[in-house]
Design a protein around this ligand. Structure first.
Ligand code: FAD
Length: 348
């Protein structure tokens, strides 16, 4: 999948069959009635096998389903969550070419015409877009109102005027599709507004706060996998007549890596538990993502070193994990954006 830069459709079907794409959807709507913590564990475990596949599980459960559960009406939940539980992949379309970190500077316009809105704009970097059947699109109903114009729309794949544009050719998480989503007078019924018109910024902020914990889980899973590969290799690779795991230099390196991985996981679990308990978690979520992304990149890098030359080749899983790790410091808020959030919280 990494070489072909595509998700295996059979794997996607299995994810649906196993209920991994409907963890927090109520049983009555075809889901698993699970918890946020269970979504976090699923993302971590799948990321330990393939961080790219974990993106689908992450976006579906912790962004799209969460937004619909927390802000959707009963009718919207009935209409969309059923599909998401069964066979529909969700995508979350906030970013644009000129609005990444400054997300609410978005320019996609929504103009009301009777019972409908017409959406026009270009969304960039949209994960899952190639497979998605439902897009949560953030657009402004009033550009002069700044973030107070931002509105969240549920837009179905077959909506008139929605097109999938260029698919990015990426460094890592290559099986996860990342595409442009083009809206040209895209017709969306007013009943598809999620939350209130002009309150989409709340939907975005709240979902991304929780979503960051899931990205932390993805990176903690990745780091754990890199550590596991390094331990296994160190046990069997022999130099100077013994396994390299018997050299103190390698043992200490593995011990440091293991400690970092454990700390990253615990920060993620702590933030997830706080969220689940209904307690403040914004600072802890930002810390979990900031730390786990650093640990993932460092652990994957060190795992390559433990492997030596072969670690630098595509024969070894750690080469891919190293490439996959880089995105952790970029999406769902760059590391600087996490630092801004943490500083704001501790200095408040
Ligand atoms: C693979 C991939 C998948 C993605 N998936 C999605 C998705 O599904 N949906 C979606 O909506 N978006 C998605 N994104 C977009 C992602 O969230 C943005 O790329 C990210 O928020 C950064 O925005 P930007 O790329 O415009 O960088 P910029 O905002 O231009 O940032 C560039 C640099 O400037 C720094 N910077 C910016 N502002 C500040 C500041 N105030 N203080 C200090 N430093 C600052 C940043 O930290 C960064 O280092 C995805 C991106 C990628 C690469």
């Amino acid at each position: 999948m990494d070489e072909r830069s595509a998700l295996n459709p059979a794997l996607l079907r299995q994810l649906f069959e196993l209920g991994l794409l409907s963890i927090e959807i109520p049983e009555a709507l075809g889901g698993q009635d699970g918890t946020f913590f269970q979504s976090i564990i699923a993302v971590e475990e799948i990321a330990a096998a393939d961080p790219g596949v974990a993106v689908v599980v992450d976006v579906q459960n912790t962004l799209v389903v969460t937004a619909l559960r927390e802000y959707g009406t009963r009718e919207q939940q009935d209409r969309f969550l059923r599909k998401l539980a069964f066979d529909t992949v969700g995508a979350y379309a906030l970013s644009e070419a000129n609005s990444g970190s400054d997300a609410f500077a978005l320019q996609t316009r929504a103009v009301r015409e009777g019972d409908y809105y017409k959406l026009t704009g270009r969304k960039l970097w949209i994960s899952n877009a190639a497979e998605a059947g439902l897009f949560l699109v953030f657009a402004t109903i009033d550009p002069a109102a700044g973030h107070r114009g931002v509105t969240c729309f549920a837009v179905e794949r077959n909506a008139h005027g929605l097109k999938i544009g260029k698919k990015e050719d990426k460094l890592g998480i290559r099986c996860s599709s990342t595409c442009e989503v083009i809206l040209e007078d895209c017709v969306v019924h007013a009943s598809n507004v999620i939350g209130e018109p002009g309150k989409g910024y709340k939907v975005a902020i709240e979902t991304l706060n929780g979503g960051r914990i899931a990205i932390g889980a993805q990176l903690a899973g990745l780091a754990r996998a890199a550590l596991g590969h390094a331990i296994e290799y160190a046990r069997q690779r022999r130099q100077f007549g013994k396994p390299i795991s018997e050299f103190q230099g390698v043992r200490f390196q593995l011990a440091e890596m293991a400690t970092q991985v454990e700390a990253a996981r615990l920060l993620v679990y702590n933030a997830a538990r706080l969220k689940e308990a209904g307690k403040p978690f914004v600072k802890e979520a930002a810390m979990a993502k900031l730390f786990a992304s650093t640990v993932a990149e460092d652990t994957a890098s060190q795992a390559i070193e433990v492997f030596g030359g072969i670690g630098f080749t595509k024969e070894c899983p750690v080469e891919k994990l190293y490439r996959d790790s880089k995105i952790g410091r970029i999406y769902e808020g760059t590391s600087n954006i996490q630092r801004i959030t943490i500083a704001k919280e501790i200095l408040a």
